[in-house]
Design a protein around this ligand. Structure first.
Ligand code: FAD
Length: 472
């Protein structure tokens, strides 16, 4: 009988402990279950579904080349696993662990069911360098501050080597009523908005490996200096590959280990922020629903559908914010510096609830991540565990001038004002009327006027913050 191997956000054959252990035992029934039926599982956003489709396609081909087929299904995990056991006579089920609360609960219940039925259920590590339940502070709690977390992760965790992909897999060839990949219905219908994503990305394990190699060769040496410049390809862009488990942090650390580049130390610390987000998510089931700092639950967020629309569409009148929101829409990704600026603008300038922003990012990012997304939004809001203080409010003009000094990034995404000279690019409203006319720019017609005045909005946000702090 085969071992059933469940694939979820671990769409790879290399460094896949659950698969490698199954291959050692005999034949393998590889199964992908699209499970959005269990209570509390958050349906994936549209950009993630696009990525998932192509990543499953790539995984299916890779497994096929090694001798196994990937069976696609949808439904409740426990029901589909029961069907697969009935069809194949399998006595063992393997999977790599998940840390999102609802998903982890599904897996825990499955393990209990299978063991009660006298079957073997075995889970493996792979997604994280650390096991969130095992890494504890001196007093036995979990880490709420990044720096001591990083120290513990760096010094105290045994780091295994990545596991090689199996040379060949003995696939189970029995009959099972699966679906085709297209039946999972993951791709956008008309209009197909995914053209910009397809130009930019290569989902799948091979795409991830190529990205890692190219980053290590071209960008790692200067990573520390270039990572904050949104016009450059200075960061790894591994985030969607990590979010779908096409590459593991073990593989990344092993690749960096062989390099003594100056940027490697900084890059390891960024990967550790992802570990920290998962650590927080594991210990806080409602990280995306509730502010980590309870006083923020009393914050009087504004409700303003027009402002939210303007932010989502990249029409706030602040060029760096709009460029970021348009990069997101066109490519499914946004540079980290601009994510911080755009998020700060939503929360502090527009005073809209950080959860509105988190939801939009969840739908539009190809790297939408159950831990990184809410943890980062709470970090910007100031409501998070180890967060930037609320009163640190980004000035979108100064941020633009500092990190996009020649306007290369803004000109790429906001062509309406591309003709302006650098000095007015981040503050088009200050440009002399004659200059605007000369370049046929009419603010409020082509490109919008600012939807809020930053100075006044800043004062409003600080007053609201002081009032919740006063009540805490
Ligand atoms: P690199 O600089 O090359 O970093 C390598 C990897 O380290 C990333 O792929 C990521 O896994 C991790 N990493 C880097 N920075 C961070 C960070 N600040 N927090 C946590 N992990 C980090 N990241 C996501 O993966 N998914 C999200 O849904 C997400 N939402 C975000 C929302 C907001 C409001 C903000 C401010 C940040 C968010 N981030 C998110 C974190 C960060 O912006 C992205 O991880 C990064 O931009 C991805 O690009 P990269 O792979 O080129 O990064």
């Amino acid at each position: 009988a085969p071992t059933i191997v469940l694939f979820r956000r671990d769409l790879r054959v290399g460094d896949n402990a659950a698969l490698a252990a199954a291959v050692d035992l005999g034949s393998v029934l590889a199964l992908y279950i699209h499970d959005e039926e269990n209570e509390n599982i958050r349906p994936m956003g549209a950009a993630s579904r696009w990525w998932l489709h192509h990543s499953l396609d790539a995984l299916g081909q890779k497994l096929q080349a090694s001798g196994a087929r990937l069976i696609f299904t949808r439904g409740r995990t426990r029901d589909v696993v029961a069907r697969a056991i009935a069809a194949s006579g399998a006595k063992r089920v393997h999977w790599n662990r998940r840390y999102e609360p609802a998903e982890a609960a599904v897996d825990a219940a499955l393990k209990t069911d299978l063991r009660e039925a006298g079957l073997i259920a075995q889970s493996f590590d792979g997604a994280l360098l650390h096991e969130p339940s095992l890494l504890k502070t001196g007093s036995g709690g979990y880490y709420k501050v990044y720096t001591p977390f990083w120290r513990a992760l760096n010094g105290g965790v045994d780091r295994r080597d990545p596991i090689d992909a199996p040379r060949s897999i003995k696939g189970w060839n029995g009959k099972f009523d699966g679906l085709s990949l297209d039946d999972l219905d993951l791709l956008p219908k008309k209009p197909d908005w995914a053209g910009g994503l397809a130009c930019r990305w290569t989902p799948g394990e091979d795409g991830a490996r190529q990205r890692l190699q190219a980053f290590e060769k071209d960008d790692l040496p200067d990573y520390e200096r270039q990572r904050d410049i949104p016009a450059l390809q200075g960061t790894s862009r591994l985030s969607p590959h990590l979010a779908f488990g096409e590459v593991t942090p073990f593989q990344i650390f092993a690749a960096l280990h062989q390099s003594d580049q100056a940027g490697a130390a900084k890059f390891r610390k960024e990967i550790a922020w992802r570990e920290f987000s998962y650590h927080l998510l594991f210990h806080n089931r409602d990280l995306r629903e509730r502010s980590f700092r309870p006083e923020f639950e009393g914050f009087l967020w504004r409700h303003d559908a027009r402002a939210l629309d303007a932010w989502q569409d990249g029409r706030t009148g602040y060029p760096i914010v709009d460029a970021g929101m348009r990069e997101l829409w066109q490519t499914g990704w946004m540079h980290n510096r601009v994510r911080m600026i755009a998020a700060s603008f939503l929360i502090k300038d527009l005073m809209l609830d950080w959860r509105d922003g988190e939801t939009w990012f969840w739908d539009t990012l190809v790297d939408a991540d159950p831990a990184n997304n809410p943890a980062s939004w709470q970090w910007v809001a100031g409501s998070g565990a180890d967060a930037a203080p609320y009163f640190r409010i980004f000035n979108p003009v100064l941020q633009g001038e500092k990190f996009d000094p020649h306007g290369d990034y803004v000109r790429r995404y906001v062509p309406e004002i591309a003709a302006l000279p650098d000095r007015y690019l981040h503050r088009p409203w200050d440009a002399p009327k004659s200059l605007l006319e000369e370049n046929q720019i009419e603010l409020g017609r082509g490109y919008p006027k600012p939807i809020v005045d930053h100075g006044a909005a800043r004062d409003r946000a600080l007053a609201a913050y002081h009032s919740v702090r006063g009540k805490a």
